[in-house]
Design a protein around this ligand. Structure first.
Ligand code: AMP
Ligand code: MG
Length: 390
């Protein structure tokens, strides 16, 4: 059995990044940049008014000023500001020559074309050329996972066909003779396949291109051929179930027979101990525990950073350190615990009480996983704990 940190090291080290391709930037959210992006213009590209008001010379604001022009956004000013003159200017419009400030419209009074400033002082209220970005400056780095705010930066830099890494092709399979698909009503001894949909949803959320390959019966021959077929079409196959100590848990043996090297089989993580990661060249298999909370956890903790690595990104979960809202106890301390939890309005984290890793409703309200390190069985109310947001 290896530690969580060792497992994380294995799934994120020496992983071949997918080739790059150009994509329309409108559809690039969730993709990872395969190039640095440089701006082809300065931003702002000209000195512009930061407020609606009157562009003038600061030294003139104590006395009345003659308004000589109205400058809308997007138009070049026609007149320069001479002593005791000003131009009415809209937010975002180009500053006229000669002006060194914009007095906010709220701080002025007008009488015909004459403007009086009602406050003794003003800020510049100018967004200066290139104050955000200089022409040719790097605005985004290779390896950035593109969020909506990055798409705005691509747009303003004119990078409309950025180079991104290709999507990971991923197949989800669910093993178990007891499983029926969600549209069926389970008969005696059967349960609905919830892991399949959960894993598909988790994988889609990472930006992978996901194919659901169906239920695999607990039969060695079927398992072998479905796994082989899934691997031929994908970079990654994620299975759930079939890896514990039961008579019909064939997956590890099949992986070995197919020449797929098992890099780990058990991790000191609770829940989620029986978790397999295997590799054959550029093809990978994650076989996760059948128990839904365990499979959710291991996807979140290990499969997610692995998939991001394949797409060229170092995924860092959002982690915070906050007080525990109630005392926590566990019997054994031999595994690193990741406890589903709720963050309350007081900024405390509360463990969710659930009765085993098959209890899928445990996750419904979870905002986070509390990290309980190896060797710790008790944490007091009020103690600071490491929490990973999910
Ligand atoms: P296994 O890892 O195959 O021994 O399964 C462990 C537990 O998880 C058993 O109670 C299974 O019935 C349950 N389980 C396995 N696969 C699924 C699934 N796809 N959806 C919901 N529960 C599952
Ligand atoms: Mg099973």
């Amino acid at each position: 059995m290896i530690s969580f940190e060792e497992a994380l090291g294995i799934v994120t080290t020496d992983i071949p990044v997918k080739p790059a391709e150009k994509t329309d930037f409108h559809h690039a959210v969730g993709r990872v940049l395969a190039e640095d992006i440089f701006s082809d213009i300065s931003m702002p590209p000209f000195n512009k008014a930061a407020v609606d008001g009157f562009a003038c010379r600061r030294m003139d604001i104590q006395q009345p000023m003659q308004m000589i022009e109205i400058i809308p956004a997007g138009k070049k000013p026609q007149k320069s500001i001479a002593p005791h003159t000003c131009s009415k200017i809209m937010t975002g419009a180009m500053m006229p020559d000669g002006a060194d400030c914009v007095v906010m419209v709220e701080q002025t009074k007008m009488d015909g074309d004459v403007v009086f400033i009602t406050e003794p002082k003003t800020k510049d209220n100018i967004a200066f050329m290139a104050e955000d970005i200089r022409e040719g400056e790097k605005v985004l780095s290779k390896g950035t996972l593109l969020k909506p705010q990055h798409i705005a930066v691509l747009a303003s830099a004119g990078a409309i066909y950025p180079l991104v890494y290709q999507k990971v092709m991923l197949t989800v399979l669910s093993t178990g003779d007891e499983l029926v698909e969600p549209e069926m009503k389970p008969k005696t001894g059967q349960i609905r396949n919830s892991n399949g949909s959960q894993l598909v949803a988790q994988a889609i959320a990472t930006g992978a291109s996901v194919f659901y390959g169906g239920i695999v019966s607990d039969d060695e021959e079927t398992s072998r051929s479905m796994l082989k077929n899934a691997l031929s079409k994908s970079d990654v196959v994620i299975l759930s179930g079939g890896i514990s100590m039961g008579d019909f848990d064939y997956i590890p043996r099949i992986l070995s027979e197919l020449g797929i090297e098992i890099l780990f089989r058990q991790i000191a993580v609770q829940p989620g101990k029986p978790s397999v990661f295997a590799r054959s060249g550029n093809k990978f298999v994650f076989a996760l525990p059948g128990n839904p909370v365990s499979s959710f956890n291991i996807f979140e903790l290990l499969a997610k950073p692995f998939i991001y690595r394949l797409m060229g990104c170092d995924f860092q979960p959002l982690r915070i350190r906050i007080p525990l809202g109630e005392a926590y106890k566990r019997n054994a301390a031999g595994r690193h615990g990741f406890v589903p939890a709720i963050i309350n309005d007081a900024g405390e984290v509360l463990p969710i009480h659930y009765h085993g890793s098959a209890h899928i409703n445990a996750l419904v309200k979870a905002d986070a996983l509390i990290s309980i390190p190896l060797g710790i069985t008790e944490v007091n109310k009020g103690d600071l704990v490491d929490v990973r947001l999910i």
